[in-house]
Design a protein around this ligand. Structure first.
Ligand SMILES: Cc1cc2nc3c(=O)[nH]c(=O)nc-3n(C[C@H](O)[C@H](O)[C@H](O)COP(=O)(O)O)c2cc1C
Ligand SMILES: [Fe+2]
Ligand SMILES: [Fe+2]
Length: 401
């Protein structure tokens, strides 16, 4: 194979003197042992070459160190790097820091105060090789200036963004990213927004308020390129920024997400009646049957759904364990949902609705009601479900912002 054929695997210049040197993980199918990755992901690292100094921005997941090293080698001497910027301490971006710091014994790790603590604990980076930066601090590289923007909780408490002032290139690490190994630029990824929304739901939704603050900080910058650490480089920054503005706002639509599990179809029959009712009331419905539903798709729909319908049979005195897991995720992801209803079928003494109420109790979701029946639904049960469905639809249409 000619070297030319490998171009897409090589370091790529995304702006004058700014290079992508990361890694593509086509085959990874699960992230954080939780999130499905239908199209794999990337660990984007970048090299910024100034006239005097060179900085590496983030690294890659352990296992990809050699790829990172070889791509850095295409544009700079690894041993001559001056700075390693750690925007985030999670191993998918920081896990190769020990490898790089062993090969280059003089480069300094640049990170936030919390980042320095984490780099010490997780990667054994000594204080004498760490430079702590605060919001607004800058490091000149010669013709290029790195500016640091504290952006905590996007995705961990230590996170920050790095900005190349002269080129308008923003490195927000996890923020504004998406999981796909396809395409290099945003306009080369057909499913850009759905994939970004899914990622937002999974990773950023619990930290919407921090996202609002970070976007306000970015607003003051002349951003030309957004180069996150997962997925494509955004050379059309407005597209992802306007989507994020909407998602962090917590604005909901006339949408209901239905998540259910059914062993012998009684709960499923209840769900069908509910879904038909919501449809006939003109509500958008997105339905997910557990356990094979993709958690990422559920997270995506949670981003702007106004209502949720949970369906679960009673199992061992409580919810079906898979429904309990999904309900826990709904609670932990802190979606902007306003209203919920619970549907359950049981064989003898039930217990699922009580447990659902316990899990959802501390959330901001107002549970409008529950239908809990023995066995499959009969005509009276159906009428009750239709009534509850109409009540939910009315609340959804009222807004509730
Ligand atoms: C493994 C298992 C455990 C169950 N545990 C309970 C229980 O603790 N309490 C109860 O009332 N019913 C229990 N049931 C009965 C189911 O809740 C009941 O059959 C229900 O109608 C099933 O709904 P589905 O058709 O939607 O799966 C259990 C059933 C199974 C298969
Ligand atoms: Fe992360
Ligand atoms: Fe990440």
């Amino acid at each position: 194979m000619e070297l030319m054929d490998l171009e897409s695997y090589n370091a790529r210049e995304i702006s004058d003197g700014v290079y992508w040197v990361g890694a593509r993980d086509w085959n990874q199918r699960l992230f954080d042992a939780l999130i499905p990755l239908p199209q794999g992901t990337t660990y984007n690292a970048y090299l910024v070459k100034g006239e005097q100094k060179t900085a590496l921005v983030d690294t890659v997941r352990p296992g990809f160190e050699e790829e990172l090293e070889s791509r850095i080698g295409q544009v700079a001497e690894l041993a001559s790097l001056d700075y390693i910027v750690m925007n985030h301490a999670e191993p998918d971006h920081a896990g190769s820091i020990p490898h790089i710091m062993a090969k280059n014994e003089s480069a300094v790790l640049v990170t936030t105060k919390k980042g320095a603590e984490m780099a010490s604990v997780q990667y054994g980076v000594p204080a004498e090789r760490t430079q702590v930066v605060k919001d607004g601090d800058t490091i000149p590289l010669g013709g290029k200036t790195l500016r640091f923007i504290e952006a905590p909780w996007l995705h961990w408490p230590e996170t920050m963004f790095t900005y190349v002032e002269e080129d308008g290139v923003l490195f927000p690490c996890d923020f504004l990213g998406l999981h796909t190994a396809h395409g290099f630029y945003d306009d080369e990824v057909e499913e850009l927004i759905p994939f970004a929304k899914r990622y937002f739901g999974e990773i950023m939704m619990p930290f919407r308020k921090m996202g609002v603050k970070a976007l306000e900080k970015i607003d003051g910058l002349d951003v030309k390129i957004i180069a996150p650490s997962h997925g494509p480089v955004h050379r059309n920054p407005d597209r992802i920024l306007s989507a994020y503005r909407q998602w962090v706002s917590g604005e909901t639509k006339e949408k209901v997400i239905v998540v259910y599990v059914s062993m012998w179809n009684s709960t499923e029959a209840m769900i069908k009646t509910m879904v038909e009712t919501l449809f006939s009331e003109g509500i958008e419905v997105n339905l997910f049957r557990l356990p094979d539903a993709d958690i990422g798709d559920i997270a995506r729909e949670l981003v702007d759904s106004r209502g949720i319908v949970l369906g679960t049979p009673a199992v061992l005195g409580g919810m079906h364990p898979v429904a309990l897991y999904a309900t826990h995720l709904v609670k932990a992801l802190r979606p902007p949902l306003k209203y919920g209803v619970v549907l359950s079928s049981h064989g003898w003494s039930g217990g699922a609705v009580k447990q659902a109420a316990e899990v959802l109790g501390p959330t901001k979701i107002e549970v409008l009601g529950a239908v809990d029946i023995k066995g499959p639904p009969g005509p009276d049960d159906e009428r009750e479900i239709v009534e509850l469905g109409k009540q939910l639809a009315a609340k959804i249409k009222q807004g509730g912002e």
